[in-house]
Design a protein around this ligand. Structure first.
Ligand SMILES: [Zn+2]
Length: 239
């Protein structure tokens, strides 16, 4: 056991909360749990991708200890006069389901886990921006496969794009994104405008064998939003 693991829980919670607060101006229960190493960032990521039922189930820690840590965090936040900001946690999946934190799913406990605590030292404008960023749903990721020989695990079909699900790759039709249109990267202004206005969008990536990593190829966006923004930009150019 490391020295950090032996120190009393109150010290560990306080240290984790202070570190997150100093780094970003706010702190969330999930970050405290990561900070005291009861859950690792990789597991949180899988939970965000909808691959884990609830966050508590992914922790090895005794449920009463989790409750204790969260109560210590609540007291710390009150003592520091932090400002609560309720935050939507939705999965990085086409269904955008609400993520569950606790085993029981009690609304009060869920609300506590979903509350971010913001530093009162920040300006009101900055606090609003932080809250807005936290509530923005995470990007959906769609893969442009290198080979066209792939099979949708749901319908047996295939296509130009796929979404990785727990059970395997799925086609855009099966995940309900087949009405979206591909907008290749290149036009930064157009991309930014369409993305801001498209109620649904996804980031398209493709694996680069030479660079050994996924690279952004563009976006899938709503066709009518794309057409509208294109028209506006053209009108502006000629007006
Ligand atoms: Zn399919």
């Amino acid at each position: 056991m490391s020295r950090n693991n032996r120190s009393p829980l109150v010290d560990r919670v306080t240290q984790a909360a202070n570190t997150a607060l100093a780094a970003q101006g706010y702190v969330s229960p999930v970050e405290v749990l990561v900070g005291i190493r009861w859950i690792d960032p990789g597991t949180v990521k899988r939970w965000q991708q909808g691959q884990i039922d609830c966050l508590e189930a992914a922790m090895q820690t005794n449920p009463s200890r989790i409750t204790e840590a969260m109560e210590l965090f609540r007291v710390w936040a009150a003592q520091n006069q932090l400002i609560p900001s309720e935050t939507q946690y939705v999965a990085r999946t086409p269904q955008r389901q609400t993520l569950r934190f606790s085993r029981g799913g009690d609304p009060k406990i869920e609300a506590f886990y979903g509350t971010h605590w913001i530093s009162p030292a920040l300006s009101e404008k900055k606090r609003e921006r932080l809250a807005e960023q936290a509530n923005r749903p995470p990007d959906l990721v769609v893969v442009q496969p290198l080979k066209h020989e792939w099979t949708c695990h749901r319908c047996g079909g295939t296509g130009d794009f796929l979404v990785m699900e727990n059970a395997g790759p799925a086609c855009l039709h099966c995940v309900g994104l087949d009405d979206l249109e591909f907008l290749p990267r290149g036009d930064a202004l157009l991309t930014r405008r369409v993305r801001a206005r498209s109620a649904r969008s996804a980031v398209v990536v493709r694996f680069s064998r030479t660079r050994e990593r996924y690279e952004r190829q563009g976006l899938l966006v709503e066709p009518h939003t794309l057409a509208e923004v294109q028209q506006q930009l053209e009108a502006r150019e000629h007006g």
